[in-house]
Design a binder for this molecule. Structure first.
Ligand code: PMP
Length: 434
């Protein structure tokens, strides 16, 4: 990008969670391929966060590119009202085959947040037939579900995502994040708060939304799948819908295709996004089953009142079809477990650092939780100088690589994190927020 354009972009283009007045420095990426981001100044960085958790097969996977190119020559978009096309039908069939039993139906949308909005609207409409006073939601502290209004309302209010909009964002019910971590011993006392809350507010709660097993943006926290099992059982008892947001966990990230599998449960509604297209283009899907279909058919509107312009965009669907073919083309699960082993071997010793609170690994996610909030800018400066692109946030430094990453590149990521922490210990890098 030439200098003029760079200056214009710096002054006029918004970046996520950033200010226009005093923006944090950005890198000029000119190309991305496999696990590498190529910068205009000639540097190359390993994308250790899969471009915000989406590029599970790396950038520009040839199989997905070929599917998309072929689709582009046929049609890029047609409206979806009154129209069906093969990619929409085929992807729906494929998704219903790989998602947990009972999730036979698909509503396509254009982003993760919008999928969450649709899921919440479906739940309210479902309850309008069954228990009309139920119009609010229960969610977990530490949870994150997106930045649109409804999604923000079920995101942890203490996380800062919704606090600038207090008064505008509807208030929902929250319970503590499940206290028993993944891999710890289960104790059935851990469901008491959930049970009490459902019992107490059953006349108000339409649905319980959560990220199964792994909370992402709320701090990369892994909890015991038994909690999910209990949530399934209890919500069914109260006829409260269970909404599993698999936007971050879905498509193999945790070592299972969907994190719900750790608990062997089927939610009433499941939201998918991010890795759905292998990170090639925005697309989301809301998976439902007979129960929701029938209730909405009986509701006063009789139909689901939602219809994005770009619903079921064929180009995006072709990317998703391509991504599913990539999953079929190799043993992705062994690959994820191999990444998990390497992350463990490489990161666990960091738990001994006086600056580190905890190290945890699940599937292709490696987390180093620090004792204090990190300074993203100074950490990123160091990590990019090491040739690695990571995006620490809150107290968290994490690695979330594309599954196709080579061992060599993964070790480059883990060793950069180790160097970062030891540099901080020696006082050479100011990695904590001032
Ligand atoms: N739900 C979860 C669990 C997410 O991690 C995200 C995105 N980080 C979203 C919803 C929102 O998705 P999108 O950014 O595509 O709107």
């Amino acid at each position: 990008m030439n200098n003029n354009l760079q200056v214009f972009a710096r002054d006029h283009v918004w970046h996520p969670y950033d200010s226009l007045e005093n923006p944090i420095p950005v890198l000029d990426v000119v190309r991305a391929s496999g696990t590498t981001l190529y910068l205009s100044d000639g540097r190359e960085l390993i994308d250790g966060v899969s471009s915000w958790w989406s590029a599970c097969h790396g950038h520009g996977h040839p199989l997905i590119v070929a599917e998309m190119e072929q689709q582009l020559g046929i049609m890029s978009h047609v409206m979806f009202a009154g129209i069906i096309h093969e990619p929409a039908a085929e992807l729906a069939r494929n998704l219903s085959k790989i998602t947990p039993p009972g999730l036979s139906d698909v509503f396509y949308a254009d982003s993760g947040s919008v999928a969450v909005e649709i899921a919440l609207k479906m739940a309210v409409q479902y309850q309008s037939v069954r228990n009309p006073s139920r119009k609010r939601f229960l969610a977990l502290q530490g949870g994150y579900h997106g930045d649109t209004l409804g999604a923000m309302a079920v995101t942890d209010p203490g996380s800062g995502f919704s606090s600038p909009y207090a008064g505008y964002v509807p208030e929902q019910f929250f319970i503590s994040r499940p206290g028993i971590k993944f891999g710890e011993k289960w104790d059935s006392g851990a469901i008491l708060e959930l049970r009490d809350t459902l019992e107490r507010y059953q006349d108000e709660i339409a649905g319980f939304i959560l990220e199964p097993v792994m909370q992402g943006a709320g701090g990369m926290y892994f909890y015991h799948p038994e909690f999910l099992k209990a949530a399934r059982k209890l919500t069914a008892e109260y006829d409260i819908l269970l909404i599993c947001d698999e936007i971050a966990t879905g498509f193999g990230r945790t070592g299972e295709m969907f994190a719900c599998s750790f608990a062997g449960i089927s939610p009433d509604i499941m939201t998918l996004g991010k890795g759905l297209t292998g990170g090639m283009i925005s697309l989301s899907a809301v998976m439902t089953g007979q129960k929701i279909r029938e209730a909405i058919g009986y509701s006063s509107a009789r139909v689901m009142m939602h219809g994005p312009t770009f619903m079921a965009n064929p180009l995006a669907l072709s990317a998703a079809l391509g991504s599913l073919r990539v999953f079929e083309s190799y043993d992705w699960q062994s690959r994820v477990h191999h990444i998990e082993d390497l992350l463990r071997q490489e990161l666990c010793s960091l738990a001994e650092s006086p600056l580190v609170r905890e190290v945890r690994v699940l599937g292709a996610v490696g987390v180093v939780e620090m004792k204090q909030p990190v300074d993203t800018v100074s950490m990123q400066r160091f990590l990019t100088s090491e040739g690695v692109w990571l995006r620490p946030f809150g107290n968290i430094i994490y690695i979330y690589p594309p599954f196709v990453i080579s061992d060599e590149n993964l070790l480059k990521c883990t060793r950069s994190v180790r160097k970062l922490v030891s540099g901080m210990e020696r006082g050479e890098i100011a990695g904590f927020r001032a």
